[in-house]
Design a protein around this ligand. Structure first.
Ligand SMILES: *Cc1c(COP(=O)(O)O)cnc(C)c1O
Length: 846
């Protein structure tokens, strides 16, 4: 790209007085019902090019979305300008995933115009809920990690913190999951098929990304030894900005996602040489970088394109930040005073090397100073304890794609290991554990080590997780730099996960607390504790849950054509499918109850509806087999007349944020049954508890803290602790001994092995049976009896309606800690050093 042209394009005409002539109160973006109505109809006509005679529901959605977007823009623009003019420190949240969920309803409530717009839409003879359903769920993430990034952006804006999210504008998000004969089928998620009203393209802010090639040393005019990177490919990164409003605040932050396009310069060359095919081919191959989200959760795939994606968005974001900084400041020496950069897992960890390259190679800062600024700027969040999930790139692949970065990484590592050997002479074991490079036949770059060395703060996402990181996964670094380690227990936004998802509960809380301020300070929900013995309140509480269950039951009927009993326990396990999350343990419980019924059809059993949801990585064989397993067991159980409808099994397809908003509020029982020491935090656990579900769970991740807050008496605990898991593994764990000594368990396994759930096919589920009996890496058999006993206690408790209701209320009332507002305040104070910034805007009319 011609940089002069791009600078001219991006140069604002600040002397224009056009802006001053437009008033906020202008009729175009007013907030009165009349004005909203006019805007809705104008947008249908002038944006969609339709009128009442030919508009589809989707056209009306677009018209409504543009009506709402127009009303965010004043604040969006003013927010950006205020950060710039007041020259404040801004946090950049770098994440390969943002699982935002639908925008429309969230933006309506943030602006406080939901009820007015409902009226406007109704006057057109439509229901606002139907328009909201038209929005494709933007699935630019796999699960918890991407959803955390979205909750954090919400809280940052809500707290009026200067922040920007940086990521990738994937053309295809997480695949749409269909179930065919009980198996997962993946369907591409073409979410941008219709225009996306929430994004604003900023081609004038595009930056160029280099890839491949080689490096050359040279001496510059000052006589300094420098290195230049001669790439063999350039890609253009074009930013698309999505406004992220706070709840009832003027702050509207930006989520800036990068799209890959062909760089004109390179295309032009081929084109001029008469090679049209090559020019087009290059355009296509450049655009593949942001084409599709990798659908793996907690298991990296060492694919070249994935590394290209990571470098692409990191380089674009850092160049963007440096560009903005140099608009205001003469140089980059105070960069860390104006920018904090958070790395959401190791996906953006190449930022350590890229920031050094930009400082040293492009901006001529000496190494030591560049390193100082880099470390002061960056902070790293670790998201996993699973050793197989730690990202490691082969040095040969890395060198081919990023020849300059591998040199920088070697230099960083060289200096780092020299320090280590000075501080700990003769401890070669420590040096090789901490080294950024894993030696061996196929050398690897350890991205977690790179992130730790390059950051001033390292955090885990729940108390247990941070403790185990320091004890095991990152123990060397914890010994070296104990002061760098922080715990930041995750949270979720109560705006989306209570107000939007559970409006009935929100209304009740607002009535009882006589204000909606609990939405900004979730600790205020504690007020509900005083109603636990109020019979009317308890009845209202139960009515709300029942209504939410009826809504979900209708959805189940629609999606699966299964009738469920809304007075049964809604026993829910929704999350990515992973062996460590142990969806198959819940299936073992279902079979246990089924066996009890088969042995004694008149047995007294508390009715249950078992609800599963979640996607499996397309290449993860066992996870996909677990989906088939749950469906196969469901098929047998649901149609067996002996069961008499007392047990129902439902696997809802395509679990995503929108479906979650329907499921979490309808759950009675939240299943959080991972093997202790495997789940970093979990956030689904928090959404359930806020909405009044009781948890059955292990001492893993944030379950521990949820139990502490709710009170041990309001939590169904079972299973081994993390330390017991390690100890048992060290002693030599023998799953077969559990099978041999437990009749109920034996009967369950035998029923599966004999092909009872697979029309006599004994091969189908053999991988599951064999895994359990001969290896059982996630220790299902060791936890089986404790889980079953605990489930029996759940059923007993459910029979006592008053007791259950009280436990449910106390769970909701005591979840204040798990608002992501609390989490974000801690990051702001302890890691980022940023403060709220008031955005002054002429008061908009209500
Ligand atoms: C919250 C959420 C998750 C994370 O769930 P966990 O139970 O913490 O694994 C995953 N996917 C979606 C769509 C979510 O909303």
């Amino acid at each position: 790209m011609d940089t002069k042209t791009s600078q001219q394009l991006s140069q604002p005409l600040s002397n224009s007085n056009l802006a001053q002539n437009i008033k906020v109160e202008d009729d175009r973006t007013g907030m009165s019902v009349e004005t909203l109505k006019r805007a809705f109809s104008d947008n249908l006509f002038y944006v969609q090019g339709k009128d009442e005679s030919n508009a589809t529901l989707h056209d009306y959605y677009q018209a409504l979305a543009f009506t709402v977007r127009d009303r965010l823009l004043h604040r969006f623009i003013k927010t950006g300008r205020t950060y710039y003019e007041e020259n404040v420190k801004v946090v950049s949240y770098l994440s390969a995933e943002f699982l935002m969920g639908r925008h429309l309803e969230n933006n309506l409530i943030s602006l406080g115009i939901y009820e007015k717009m409902r009226q406007v839409v109704n006057e057109s003879g439509l229901e606002i809920e139907d328009l909201i359903e038209q929005e494709p769920d933007p699935g630019l993430g796999n699960g918890g990690l991407g959803r955390l990034a979205a909750c954090f952006l919400d809280s940052l804006a809500n707290l009026e913190m200067p922040a920007i999210g940086y990521g990738i504008r994937y053309e295809f998000g997480i695949f749409h999951q269909a179930l065919r004969d009980g198996w997962q089928a993946e369907i591409p998620d073409n979410w941008l098929m219709f225009k996306n009203p929430w994004e604003i393209a900023r081609p004038e802010d595009a930056v160029e990304i280099k890839l491949g090639g080689h490096t050359e040393a040279y001496r510059d005019e000052k006589g300094h030894n420098r290195v230049s990177w001669i790439c063999d490919r350039k890609v253009k990164a074009v930013p698309y900005d999505t406004p992220v409003p706070g709840y009832r605040t003027n702050t509207v932050n930006s989520l800036r996602l990068w799209k890959a396009e062909a760089s004109e310069e390179f295309n032009f060359e081929a084109f001029n040489a008469g090679n049209y095919d090559r020019a087009v081919g290059e355009k296509m191959s450049s655009e593949t970088i942001s084409k599709v989200l990798y659908p793996n959760d907690n298991t990296p795939q060492g694919k070249e394109l994935r590394l290209a994606q990571q470098y692409f968005f990191v380089s674009a974001s850092l160049q963007d930040l440096i560009h903005i900084h140099l608009h205001i400041h003469p140089d980059l020496t105070n960069f860390h005073d104006r920018a904090a950069i958070q790395l959401n897992d190791t996906h953006p960890a190449v930022a350590v090397a890229e920031l050094m390259r930009l400082f040293v190679d492009e901006h001529d800062i000496d190494w030591d100073q560049a390193w100082d600024i880099t470390q002061k700027t960056l902070a790293y969040t670790n998201h996993t304890l699973l050793p197989e999930a730690l990202e490691r790139w082969s040095v040969s692949l890395f060198s081919r794609m990023l020849p300059r970065h591998i040199e920088i990484i070697y230099e960083i590592n060289h200096r780092f290991l020299e320090d280590i050997r000075t501080w700990f002479p003769d401890d070669e074991e420590l040096a090789s554990e901490l080294s950024i490079i894993e030696e061996g036949a196929d050398k690897k770059v350890r991205m977690a080590n790179l992130a730790c060395v390059g950051s001033h703060a390292i955090n885990g996402v729940a108390a247990l997780h941070t403790e185990l990181l320091q004890k095991y996964t990152l123990q060397g670094f914890a010994k070296l730099w104990p002061e760098k380690f922080f715990n930041k227990t995750n949270g979720v936004t109560p705006r989306r996960w209570v107000l939007l998802s559970n409006p009935r509960l929100a209304k009740l809380v607002t009535e009882k607390t006589q204000s909606d301020s609990w939405l900004k300070n979730l600790d205020e929900m504690r007020v509900l504790e005083k109603f636990v013995d109020d019979a009317d309140f308890c009845q209202e509480w139960r009515d709300i849950k029942r209504k939410n269950k009826i809504t979900l039951a209708a959805q189940i009927k629609k999606l699966k054509n299964i009738d469920v009993n809304v007075d049964s326990i809604f026993d829910v396990l929704v999350k990515r499918i992973h062996e460590y999350k142990r969806q198959h343990l819940m299936v073992l419980h279902i079979i246990t109850l089924y066996n009890r019924i088969k042995a004694n059809p008149n047995i007294d059993i508390v009715p249950r509806t078992f609800i599963f949801g979640g996607k499996a990585a397309p290449g993860y064989f066992m996870a996909k087999l677990i989906i088939k397993f749950a469906n196969a067991v469901g098929e047998v159980v649901n149609k067996d007349p002996d069961v008499r409808g007392r047990l129902k099994v439902v696997f809802l397809p395509n679990f995503n944020v929108s479906l979650g908003q329907k499921i979490y509020p309808a759950a009675d029982l939240s299943e959080q049954i991972s093997t202790a020491g495997k789940e970093a935090s979990g956030t689904g656990n928090m959404k359930f508890a806020m909405n009044g579900a009781l948890t059955i769970g292990t001492l893993d991740g944030a379950n521990i803290e949820i139990r502490e807050e709710a009170g041990a008496e309001n939590f169904f605990l079972f299973g081994l602790t993390a330390e017991e898991v390690y100890a048992m593994k060290a002693e030599g764990y023998d799953p077969m001994s559990y099978y041999d000594s437990n009749e109920e368990l034996e009967a369950v396994i035998n029923r599966i092995a004999k092909g009872y759930f697979s029309y006599g096919d004994t091969k189908l589920f053999k991988p599951i049976v064999d895994s359990l009996l001969y290896d059982d890496p996630y220790m299902l058999l060791a936890d089986y009896q404790a889980y079953i006993d605990c489930q029996d206690r759940v059923s007993e408790t459910y029979k006592d309606k008053d007791k259950w209701t009280k436990m449910s209320i106390l769970n909701s009332a005591r979840m204040g800690k798990f608002s992501s507002d609390r989490t974000i305040k801690e990051y702001c104070e302890q890691i980022w050093g940023i403060e709220p910034v008031k955005i002054d805007i002429e008061q908009y009319s209500q």
